[in-house]
Ligand binder design. Structure first.
Ligand SMILES: [Zn+2]
Length: 435
């Protein structure tokens, strides 16, 4: 009987804890933000209004910019004492990848459901609505404690990170509006990790998306046209060479350090289009390859190699770049970078073990580094199953709240770095690794 009572007490306690979290203001706005369906292509006005309301509550100055209709960029200024010093930009993206309730979600993907184990469910719980709320809550708490910051801090919210940033970070970084922010350092997204460490991204791989169109003879489906004169024959040659590169690079990836996905190039054939009828040899076949360049790859030589393989595959084959990033530099993660020192000290003060990492994918931070600004990608989610873009994306409240605390310290350390300790030229904290 006592065992049963104990069990009941435990149940009661856990429901009290869950109840407390349900009333936590940070948890509440995190849930509300997940409930706004910001799937790529959706109207982002509700998300913009959500942020304008939160900023207004704090008496903050805000701006919304559109470089393309339907793609708002929100900028929220948290003023520091000295605007002549380089500011700290806390970047995040509002958009999320699609989530279909019928794909096996335990709770609906736009519910922000808080379960009895104090876990918040929903699309964006890890990527990256959690981080945006953490930035906001950390700044709000510093302000509530009357802690003044030396440097201005800007929260910037992008509309289209998940679809290539062509209407968000790319035009923004090139704009006068961005220049006016006088940015010294950018923070951006990182990833979860199922060990007690947190990766900090200091470089991103360049993304190349390539369409290869093979043109050939169109003839009767029953004929034996010479294979190398057909679209299929030519595309088959292209596929063989490109996938041979894939095999080589896959071997390299097996030996790669977990912190350095920049040591190999990934390449995948992700789309094949073509054909008009079941009984016609098609005139044109299109292939789309997604390539992420090793950070040491020389772009000019690599492109020349691809073009040579295409030439060898047959005549009348064209190559079109759907996306072609330049190699972006790396941010110094060592004592030579005072921003790194301030950042890593803050993390360790709060018990976070950070691991400088080059991720296999890429983030908006690559556009910042390419424009000459140091950037760190950090989403404080240690001991957390990797569920970015996955079904049942979720985050424990405990991890979410610990993330606010670490951001309080990080923002405090970075925004209070004295001007005499940092260079006025932020690009001195970057270096190139491509040959
Ligand atoms: Zn993301």
């Amino acid at each position: 009987m006592w065992l049963r009572s104990l069990f009941c007490v435990a149940i009661l306690l856990s429901s009290i804890v869950a109840q407390n979290y349900a009333n936590d203001s940070a948890v509440k706005i995190f849930q509300q933000y997940i409930q706004i369906n910001t799937t790529s292509g959706n109207d982002l006005t509700p998300a913009v209004n959500f942020w304008l309301k939160l900023a207004t509550e704090q008496g903050l100055y805000t701006n919304v910019y559109w470089f393309t209709d339907g793609y708002p960029i929100v900028v929220i200024k948290w003023p520091g004492l000295n605007s002549t010093l380089g500011s700290i930009m806390l970047n995040s993206h509002m958009d999320v990848v699609p989530a279909d309730e019928n794909d096996g979600w335990t709770y609906p993907p736009f519910s922000g459901y808080l379960d009895n184990n104090s876990v918040i469910w929903g699309r964006g719980a890890q990527d990256m609505k959690s981080v945006t709320i953490q930035y906001y809550e950390a700044l709000k708490r510093l302000k509530a404690r009357n802690i003044t910051l030396l440097r201005d801090v800007y929260m910037t919210l992008m509309p289209d990170e998940e679809t290539g940033a062509e209407n968000g970070m790319v035009p923004f970084v090139a704009s006068e509006e961005f220049k006016a922010l006088n940015v010294a350092l950018e923070l951006d997204e990182g990833t979860s990790y199922d060990l007690p460490v947190s990766p900090v991204f200091y470089q991103d791989k360049a993304v190349w998306q390539i369409r290869v169109d093979c043109h050939g003879v169109a003839t009767h489906g029953s004929s034996f046209a010479v294979l190398n004169t057909t679209a299929i024959g030519k595309c088959s040659n292209v596929i063989n060479t490109f996938l041979a590169l894939r095999d080589q690079e896959y071997e390299k990836s097996l030996g790669a350090d977990i912190t350095n996905s920049g040591s190999y190039t990934s390449i995948n054939l992700n789309k094949i289009n073509g054909g008009t009828a079941n009984n016609i040899v098609p005139q044109i076949i299109s292939l789309v390859f997604d390539v992420r360049l090793a950070t040491t790859v020389n772009e000019t030589l690599f492109e020349a190699q691809l073009r040579e393989w295409i030439r060898q595959a047959g005549d009348n084959i064209t190559l079109t770049f759907l996306q072609k990033d330049s190699q972006s530099p790396a941010t110094i993660v060592g004592a030579a970078n005072p921003y790194w020192t301030a950042f890593s000290k803050a993390a360790s003060t709060k018990g976070f073990i950070v691991l400088p990492t080059i991720p296999p994918g890429s983030t908006d931070a690559r556009f910042m580094r390419s424009a000459g600004f140091p950037a760190f990608g950090f989403s404080p989610m240690p001991n957390t199953e990797l569920l970015l873009h996955a079904v049942n994306e979720r985050l424990s409240v405990k991890t979410f709240l610990a993330g606010i605390e670490v951001y309080e310290q990080i923002i405090y350390n970075l925004a209070n770095l004295p001007g005499e300790e940092t260079s006025v030229d932020p690009s001195v904290y970057l270096y190139y690794t491509s040959q």
